[in-house]
Ligand binder design. Structure first.
Ligand code: OAD
Length: 310
């Protein structure tokens, strides 16, 4: 690893600042889920081929609810078969190390971060989660888990009678819709943690951006907020993306490589930085301050090392 990057990571870990991770489809690529803008995404309705950006709209759903549902049930099948990878697991470790200093903002609807063990409290699923649905007419806003008996589909496979009745809103009997953010819709706090994400960005010292093409609104706002407040941005992607330039222009880093390989290395360095922090005792610091700044101490031998000499 680049020595400047390593130094930056160690410094952040040893301080008090917030660490935010923002993920996109690239982190799940090694779990076998095709990225959103990759070649796998196309879908045929009638004689016309659509790109996901055309399929994933409320107006398309209103015109062709069955075809849009069939597409999401295909994606659901892919997500159900997938397993979390080393990248997801590294972020679980990172959360356990930094707890309240840590937030995960994910654009992925595949639920793999939560299945890996990231906590629902600190994981903002800003584009929703395909394992849930909600009333398409908004008669109520709560989320309904996708019933297990609704099966994932092959491409082109139509809905069954059973699907049609399972995909109804239990309250009003109209269509339910997948709990995802569509292209003709806007973010909100209730479902997509819009305000919370921006608030976290405004307090972030280190932003790791992982496997995203940077094509959506909120992730751009998050990245720019961190950039403007002088936070360090580290962009991880197999190829350059718009965030790579932003990261480097602010003194941060672009790491070219697959998330499942790069993230565990980064987390190891941050963990070492955290260890150093526990060992270093600052003279003049009150025992209360010392305790607060060492919230991650896990065992008694580490606590002994930080004790003030009498
Ligand atoms: P994209 O498909 O646009 O981009 C995936 C990114 O991951 C690309 O930049 C790839 O280079 C990178 N990538 C691929 N494999 C990788 C790997 N193994 N390690 C690291 N990076 C890798 O997906 P997103 O940027 O997530 O929103 O798309 C953002 C949003 O656009 C989606 O959440 C979706 C879509 O509109 C909604 O549905 C609202």
């Amino acid at each position: 690893m680049d020595s400047v990057l390593k130094k930056n990571l160690l410094e952040v870990a040893a301080g008090q600042g917030r660490i935010t991770v923002m993920t996109g489809a690239g982190i799940s690529a090694e779990s076998g889920i095709p990225t959103f803008r990759g070649p796998e995404g196309y879908w045929t309705v009638g004689s016309k081929e659509y790109h996901p950006q055309e399929m994933a709209t409320y107006s398309m759903f209103r015109q062709y609810p069955e075809q849009v549902w069939a597409w999401y049930l295909y994606r659901l099948g892919v997500c159900r078969r997938a397993y979390a990878n080393e990248g997801h697991r590294a972020l679980v470790r990172l959360e356990k190390l930094f707890v309240e200093r840590f937030t995960l903002i994910t654009q992925n609807v595949d639920g793999l971060h939560l299945r890996a063990g990231s906590s629902p409290e600190r994981t903002f699923q800003i584009h929703g989660n395909i394992f849930f649905m909600r009333c398409a007419d908004g008669c109520r806003t709560d989320l309904v888990p996708m019933p297990d008996f609704v099966e994932g589909k092959e491409k082109g496979e139509p809905l069954t009678e059973g699907d049609r009745s399972a995909l109804r809103c239990p309250a009003c009997g109209g269509w339910s819709r997948p709990h995802v953010l569509w292209f003709d819709e806007t973010y909100n706090e209730e479902h997509f943690r819009f305000v919370s994400s921006l608030k976290i960005a405004s307090a972030t010292d280190l932003l790791l951006i992982v496997g995203t093409s940077g094509a959506t609104n909120l992730p751009n706002q998050v990245a720019w907020r961190v950039h403007e407040r002088g936070g360090t941005i580290v962009d991880i992607n197999i190829e350059q993306d718009p965030f790579s330039r932003l990261a480097v222009s602010g003194g941060g880093h672009f790491i070219q490589g697959p998330a499942a390989k790069v993230l565990p290395e980064i987390v190891d360095v941050l963990k070492a930085g955290m260890r150093n922090r526990i060992k270093v005792h600052r003279p003049g610091e009150s025992s209360c301050q010392a305790r607060n700044s060492n919230l991650e101490i896990r065992n008694k031998s580490e606590i002994q090392m930080t004790k003030r000499p009498k």
